[in-house]
Write a protein that binds this ligand. Structure first.
Ligand code: ZN
Length: 124
């Protein structure tokens, strides 16, 4: 068993007592957990901002069409982040569409993309 002195995860003071102890007291435990909680919700908030911005960009690029082809530069100019999407959809040909909510894009050749919109939620 590891008998090395452990320290509180919150304030780093040496811990006495049970070996499985992680915090001095409830105060340290609570402030540690609150910090974790707010860090994860900050992360979620930031990702949500990116996803909603991506969705807005796809909406703008699609306009009133059912589907439209756009070059990558049109996305980049607006700050689109290709890594962030909500889900994927593969059609029967095996083409993989990346969706930000109901708007999707399919990578084509030479850095062009096909933009589409789905109104139905399809179980994948
Ligand atoms: Zn402490």
């Amino acid at each position: 068993m590891n008998t090395a002195a452990k320290s509180c995860l919150e304030c780093s003071k040496p811990l006495k007592g049970r070996v499985d102890k992680k915090f001095c007291d409830d105060y340290c435990r609570n402030s540690y957990n609150n910090k974790l909680q707010s860090e994860s919700s900050t992360y979620v908030r930031q990702v949500n901002v990116i996803l909603k911005k991506n969705r807005k960009i796809l909406e703008e690029l699609l306009g009133q069409e059912n589907m439209v082809k756009q070059p990558k530069v049109r996305f980049s100019d607006k700050g689109f982040q290709f890594r962030y999407h909500t889900h994927q959809y593969a059609n029967k040909k095996g083409d993989i569409y990346y969706f930000c909510y109901e708007y999707g894009f399919l990578p084509l050749e030479n850095e062009w993309y096909l933009i589409v919109k789905r109104k139905d939620i399809v179980p994948l």
